[in-house]
Design a protein around this ligand. Structure first.
Ligand SMILES: [Fe+2]
Length: 218
């Protein structure tokens, strides 16, 4: 299945998610904010990487000890991807890196408790797959490695992509009934009340990967 938009089709960023929204459990539209969305477009080489996302996900699933867990497995990854894309639509973060972060950041958890090095192992897994599957340039691979490695140390960042990744992961602490204070968030979007409410709604209706990849490609 192709997730790439027909290059000859007219592009309308306002209703680009409409086909996905028609499906059950479709990704909710980003609630209105005071400022216009500034979502970053995919880069010229990104379409090919988006096409490989299902294969990348399959490889991560095979290698991940955590993929099947409720606390840190795929449902959490899909919520992080969804929340991260929502933030990216507001702050212009690198949307492809946000989705890759969602797939890799907890993939190499060896247990459900304290596992300080799991982010570093997740970033290492991405680096190991880069030549065969991901195909990121050195700068983006370094950023993916860094956001995975440091995602659980409690830092914030002014970099839009790093902030989108870390905030998306932290907002989903709502799955443990934990709300994160604004001072621990990097982005304005994640500090807004509607965003915390939106995160809670995802607990009962997380978009599937097909919907997430479709949204990323459009
Ligand atoms: Fe996580």
């Amino acid at each position: 299945m192709s997730y790439i938009r027909d290059p000859l089709a007219p592009f309308n960023p306002v209703n680009a998610v409409a086909p996905a929204a028609a499906k059950p459990n479709a990704a909710p539209a980003t609630p209105a904010t005071a400022s216009a969305p500034i979502a970053s477009a995919l880069g010229p080489g990104d379409a090919a990487i988006v096409e490989r996302l299902p294969a990348i996900l399959d490889a991560v699933r095979i290698l991940s000890p955590a993929a099947g867990t409720l606390a840190h497995g795929e449902e959490h990854w899909r919520r992080v991807a969804t929340l991260g894309l929502n933030i990216a639509e507001a702050n212009g973060a690198d949307r492809l890196l946000v989705v890759l972060f969602a797939m890799f950041h907890d993939a190499m958890r060896f247990n459900l408790g304290k596992d300080d090095d799991h982010g570093m192992r997740g970033g290492f897994l991405a680096a190991c797959m880069n030549a065969e599957l991901l195909g990121l340039d050195e700068e983006r691979l370094d950023k993916l490695d860094m956001v995975c490695r440091d995602h659980s140390i409690g830092s914030t960042s002014e970099d839009p992509t790093i902030g989108a990744c870390w905030d998306a992961d932290r907002v989903d602490l709502i799955r443990f009934d934990r709300a994160v204070e604004g001072i621990y968030m990097s982005t304005l979007a994640a500090r807004e009340v509607w965003f915390q409410r939106h995160a809670r709604t995802l607990l009962t209706g997380t978009p599937d990967w097909e919907q997430i990849f479709y949204r990323l490609a459009h």
